[in-house]
Design a protein around this ligand. Structure first.
Ligand code: ZN
Length: 657
């Protein structure tokens, strides 16, 4: 591990808390050391209280903060003496401990102090760092892991057998410190968990951390193992079997009691791992460090038998629960290893499946290396379940569930996503928690939105192959399709029928009707699998009910699409798929309208541009965002009893009202 401490960095030159922030970010930025909110750090500082009396304050990482991005505000200042004294209690429940930590806090708006605060408080040093490094876990999560750790790190280190994080771990460490600590000691190994280093400054704790991780890497290297993982010979990657993945997502969501996102991974390492013939032995032991269970569950699912996985999970929970009266979490898997589909990870949102993915990849890496030095050994199931069912974690999860967004865990495809109404719909659906796949013939769709919940794919809806590839991309990224907003459309040059522009006519029919029919036909099996029922909104036009002279191709194609939507609504109702329509008019913030065109049109009616824009009964301007807002409502459960519906969004028009 490279020591990245730069003495000239502004944070390195700041006060003790700045230095702690700097050391935390260096560790957090190294994903071989910690992942997704794992690990914690602290620094002890003497400072005056309001009365000028000096007080020793422990600044400890706040829960919910990530070391990689933490700032000064991410640390909770607590009264060191009070927190350190807690270790003397005979017992302390997690809830009591968190209450004691919160009430020892010296800043009212500070985050909740880390569950490891008591351990940080009792370690006899100013600065403390704690990580879960892959290389160390690869060495110690093995048979004779304790001896290996002793051989590797010598006598000047405290080695603790696994203990439940929080109060129990703090008590165990206190006993070990009382028995083994000698001045100058700065290192601690927690078997099956990670490392602690502590020193006079953050820099010295960081130096020790880098040193300990490097020693583990060199140990692996000496065993002939590439410290950053065994290179794989290239193998073809898994293909996207849309039906299989969408069906898995349906079954998993049913067990989860909510829609889950499922992501198929296309990297060589996890693909090769999923091909191992000894997967049942090596992959079904448990996570490398206990808190990974919160994202991955204890075991991955091998193959596709979701019911079997859920039954096993439930049985394991029942055995663990005994008479504890715990509430079971959902029994759906979060990591899937399948010889044909490769590795897939699942989560309630993009952030969760990304966390599951990163952890699973690092676990694969740890297992593969441990297997080469005598075999991977994880903790017994009950130790892992104790963390999964930790009362604090349970509280966190139920808090998160209350903040669920309307479309969380659901996937929408929006066509015509690069501009105008389509773009407005993507924006609205992302804001309401959906993962969105934008299709557009314009390449700019790829970068129209910059969030991991958005995937832009260049798709010409008149090409069957392009739709096929777009649906593959959608399912590989998010696991299925729950909603479709069909906003792609074209408005050919206006010509009277007597002078019919045959090219324009065919193009309008191709995009506005045939492309729509093709997309609907191909996406149907995916919508059937949607956990809350499939939903479609087709963006129609005022012209369906009130056509204008000169717009034959546009009006006729939109009317045909309207008839198509009516038939689909009837055909798909038995599949619990709702199909509704909105009919916008005079939406001028779309790609169809330029300033010149708008000015020319206003001029023709003898109006100013503003008057022309508000030429409706309500005298209101209609925007893409207005169409998107109504579209999102139609997709919501509030319209669960509506299919085949039509809504005009035109400010009121006496020809259609
Ligand atoms: Zn830890």
């Amino acid at each position: 591990m490279k020591n990245l401490w730069d003495p000239d960095h502004p944070l390195a030159q700041g006060d003790a808390l700045d230095q702690c922030v700097y050391g935390s970010r260096l560790l957090g930025g190294d994903h071989e050391a910690v992942l997704h909110g794992g690990g914690n750090t602290s620094v002890k500082i003497d400072q005056p209280d309001l009365f000028g009396e000096m007080q020793r304050v422990l600044y400890v990482k706040g829960s919910g903060h990530n070391l990689e991005t933490i700032g000064r505000d991410g640390f909770a200042p607590v009264d060191l003496q009070r927190v350190a004294k807690l270790v003397e209690l005979d017992e302390l429940s997690d809830t009591e401990m968190m209450n004691a930590l919160r009430t020892a806090c010296l800043r009212a708006d500070a985050p909740a102090p880390s569950v490891e605060s008591i351990l940080h408080a009792i370690l006899p040093a100013t600065a403390v760092e704690h990580t879960h490094p892959d290389a160390v876990l690869a060495v110690t999560n093995t048979e004779n892991g304790a001896e290996r750790a002793r051989d590797l790190y010598g006598d000047d280190v405290i080695i603790l057998p696994y203990e439940m994080p929080g109060f129990d771990l703090a008590q165990q460490a206190a006993a070990a410190l009382a028995a083994e600590y000698t001045p100058g000691m700065r290192r601690m190994v927690l078997l099956n968990h990670g490392l602690f280093t502590f020193g006079d400054t953050t820099k010295s704790a960081y130096d020790d951390m880098v040193d300990m991780i490097t020693m583990a890497e060199e140990y692996l290297e000496a065993e002939g193992i590439n410290p950053s993982g065994t290179p794989q010979t290239p193998t073809p990657c898994p293909f996207c079997d849309r039906t299989a993945i969408s069906g898995l997502r349906r079954d998993m969501s049913a067990h989860a009691g909510r829609p889950l996102l499922v992501h198929q991974h296309h990297d060589q390492r996890t693909w090769a791992f999923s091909q191992r013939t000894d997967l049942d032995r090596v992959a079904r032991q448990g996570p490398a460090t206990p808190d990974h269970v919160l994202f991955t569950k204890r075991l991955p699912m091998l193959g596709r038998d979701v019911n079997g996985y859920a039954a096993d999970y439930t049985a394991e929970f029942d055995a663990f629960n005994g008479d504890q009266n715990l509430t079971m979490l959902d029994p759906a898997p979060r990591v899937i290893l399948d010889p044909e589909l490769g590795m897939l990870t699942a989560g309630r949102d993009v952030k969760s499946y990304v966390a599951a993915r990163d952890i699973a990849k690092h676990t694969v890496n740890t297992i593969e290396r441990a297997e080469r030095i005598g075999g991977y050994h994880a903790l017994p199931a009950n130790d892992i379940l104790s963390v999964e069912y930790w009362e604090l974690e349970q509280a966190k999860l139920s808090r998160a569930a209350r903040h669920d967004l309307e479309f969380q865990g659901e996937v929408a495809i929006v066509t015509g996503a690069a501009s105008g109404i389509g773009r407005g719909c993507v924006d609205k659906l992302l804001a309401r928690g959906a993962a969105v796949v934008g299709f557009d013939v314009n390449e700019s769709v790829i970068n129209t939105f910059d969030t991991p919940a958005y995937l832009g794919v260049q798709v010409d809806v008149t090409s069957t192959d392009a739709i096929d590839a777009g649906l593959d991309a959608a399912v590989a990224a998010f696991g299925g399709v729950d909603m479709v907003v069909a906003a792609a459309g074209m408005f050919p040059n206006s010509t009277p029928v007597a002078e019919l522009d045959r090219t324009g006519w065919r193009a309008a029919l191709d995009v506005n009707v045939t492309g729509l029919a093709e997309l609907m036909s191909m996406v149907h099996p995916l919508l059937v699998d949607a956990p809350r029922g499939g939903r479609v909104v087709i963006i129609g036009s005022k012209n369906v009910a009130a056509p204008g002279p000169g717009a034959a191709a546009y009006s006729a194609s939109k009317a045909a699409a309207n008839q198509l939507a009516r038939v689909i609504a009837m055909e798909w109702a038995p599949d619990n798929i709702r199909v509704n329509n909105v009919h916008p008019d005079a939406v001028f913030d779309t790609g169809l309208w330029t300033d010149d065109l708008l000015a020319a049109r206003a001029d023709r009616y003898g109006m100013t541009v503003d008057e022309y824009k508000r030429r409706n009964l309500l005298s209101t301007e209609i925007t893409s965002a207005d169409i998107a807002a109504v579209t999102a409502r139609l997709l919501s459960t509030e319209f669960g009893a509506v299919t085949g519906g039509h809504l005009s969004i035109d400010g009121g028009n006496d020809r259609t009202i």
